[in-house]
Write a protein that binds this ligand. Structure first.
Ligand code: SF4
Ligand code: SF4
Length: 288
């Protein structure tokens, strides 16, 4: 089995391979919980998927503008061709946010080499500068001295692109983080869940460190020491609502509709909750 969203990780198998122990824990979990079988469509490919659906009624709050956790600390994927083209088409604005072109020029590279690197290098900068002079993930930027944001996402918002375009341009692993998808290639089946108390033995992300899906953590003194603002209790909403459009465009309408339907039937979410939603993916930072 493999962590599906990490199949393109620059470190390869070291990151995406699921250990035997974790495989067993995953299988036990999926036997124990209620699941639905559905179909997902990812980047034009269709897969059968077993979904731990109640996990999508878990509460989430992607309050990234107030977050000091370095979840964009490293490059989680080898960038797709269309992402590289987007960067090149918006190079001036991308450099305005990230300073990546300026950094490489300062280091003595020619503009031509910078462009070749965006086209070819796994991290869109020469390998020796990845997470060094170009600190954190190549595409991250700091709008102020507090938050770290995604330049790809911000460029899309500045160009008034919609959720579908944002999801197409950003790496899939980033749009869906911290949702966990494991592929069993023998069975041609995806297992889909979310880190929580019950899944933490086998998911790639640790629920206890992941504030966006752990409301209790947001109230802890150690978290508040680093992040005094934001992450209000009331802003945590079921993931099917907070993440609705992202799920629809990342995993397909059938996945979204099937999960929403069963959650409503089981009264794990209620229809009026969907009317109040404000998609966090479309929020813009207010820089004073
Ligand atoms: S840890 Fe969660 S809230 Fe914080 S920046 Fe990352 S996605 Fe946003
Ligand atoms: S969200 Fe953007 S900045 Fe963060 S890891 Fe992904 S590509 Fe990099």
């Amino acid at each position: 089995m493999k962590y599906f969203l990490f199949l393109n990780h620059p470190k390869g198998e070291e990151v995406y391979k699921v250990s035997e122990e974790r495989e067993n824990l995953l299988k036990e979990h999926f036997k124990r919980v209620d699941v639905i079988m559905t179909e997902v469509e990812v980047r034009g490919e269709r897969y059968r998927a077993l979904v731990d659906y109640s996990a999508f009624s878990n509460l989430g709050n992607f309050d990234c503008f107030n977050c000091q956790d370095p979840c964009c600390a490293d490059n989680p994927t080898i960038y797709e061709k269309h992402t590289r083209e987007f960067v090149l088409d918006n190079l001036k604005e991308y450099n305005g946010l990230t300073r990546n072109v300026d950094i490489l020029l300062e280091l003595g590279h020619e503009l031509e080499d910078v462009i070749t690197s965006i086209e070819n290098d796994f991290g869109m900068v020469p390998d020796e500068n990845v997470e060094e002079e170009v600190s954190l993930c190549t595409c991250s930027y700091k709008p102020n001295n507090k938050s770290t944001l995604c330049s790809l996402h911000s460029l899309c918002l500045n160009k008034a692109l919609d959720v579908k375009d944002i999801v197409d341009i950003k790496p899939l692993v980033c749009s869906l983080w911290p949702i966990d998808i494991v592929i069993d290639e023998k069975e041609e089946l995806l297992y889909i869940t979310v880190p929580d108390d019950f899944t933490t033995g086998f998911t790639i992300e640790d629920y206890y460190d992941t504030v966006c899906v752990n409301r209790e953590l947001s109230q802890s003194a150690s978290f508040r020491r680093k992040n005094p603002d934001g992450f209000e209790f009331k802003d945590y909403k079921p993931l099917i609502i907070n993440y609705g459009e992202t799920l629809k465009y990342s995993l397909g309408e059938k996945f979204y509709n099937d999960v929403k339907k069963i959650l409503l039937e089981k009264e794990l979410v209620f229809i009026d909750e969907f009317e109040e939603k404000e998609e966090q993916i479309l929020k813009k930072i207010n820089i004073e």
